[in-house]
Write a protein that binds this ligand. Sequence first.
Ligand SMILES: *Cc1c(COP(=O)(O)O)cnc(C)c1O
Length: 369
Amino acid sequence: MIPVNEPLLNGNEKKYLNECINAGWISSEGPFVKKFEELFAGRAGRRFGIAVSSGSAALEAACAAIGLGKGDEVIMPAFTIVSCAAAVVRAGAIPVLADSDPMTWNMDVSKVEEKITKKTKAIMAVHTYGLPVDMKPLAALAEKYGIIIIEDAAEAHGLTCYGRPCGSFGLLSCFSFYPNKLVAAGEGGMITTDGEDVAEKCRSLRNLCFQPRRRFLHEELGWNFRMSNLQAAVGVAQLERLDEFAAIKRKMGAAYTGLLSDCHEIRLPLAKTDYSDNIYWVFGVVLGGRAGVDAAAVIGRLAAAGVEARQFFVPMHEQPVFRKMGLFAGESYPVAENLSRMGFYIPSGLALTEDQIAKVARCVREAVR
Ligand SMILES: *Cc1c(COP(=O)(O)O)cnc(C)c1O
């Protein structure tokens, strides 16, 4: 079976892990955590980086850091991972959804202003599958209405938007280091920001809100969202190769595009927009419907041929967990719904070989017919 993802761990990962073991530093107090935070923040064009235990934890801490609470609304794409809406719901606030752009699969920024109310506290700007959401109009709306932007750049390490790194927009940006992301650490996440106070707040929240003077006395509740020195050691080794990894992804994207461009049953990802070049975090395709099959059927056929593929996100308004809470009743986001039924991504890991790419493309052509 060709796996949908396989990370590349053949840089300095082992060397740095050995350093942790030899020095006896495996907890979050170890030196790689600070190093990773500094290097990563620099790469994202930010002053501060706060390492946490996952991308989901980063989003949750970011929501808490802006004081999100009961009655507040946060605008986000319907088509995203559950972590985005979960963070907002756990803060006691309400996620407000916007449909996707059919070409970039990101939030349709022309649908955002109509969702703004007096209660809108933040916009969650999520970069999806390798192309960024158009940050310019979102920044303009944030400015006009005094709304905070939280950027979810978990799929966007090394990606730029208008020449600026993803992870440098808005008040706070969140990353993940799950091993299918462009920088892997086993598990892990990072918040990047230029705000000194909000950075300090995030640091406190990730560490149970221990206080410097009297450690076990608490004014506020936080979480244990700490990252270990072991994870940070792997993260530093991975970050050293980010440019190389981005080049591998773009080469893979170009190869798939070349092999599949005349396959008329599917729509391929855009290679670029006016403001960005696709980094192909995953290589997603969307069935046109002409073939009379949906993504689930094609994935079954691919599995039988030895190729692992994965369906796109299920949009937030179709999640039973949120419907049971009374959220999104009667709402419909047709573009997100179509992406969810007709979209899937094929093996796109960094360890993928050219032969595997050729085989996957052959199998996809067969499976969508
Ligand atoms: C992966 C991902 C997350 C969650 O990251 P974890 O580290 O798995 O918790 C959040 N947002 C987006 C867009 C992601 O792709």
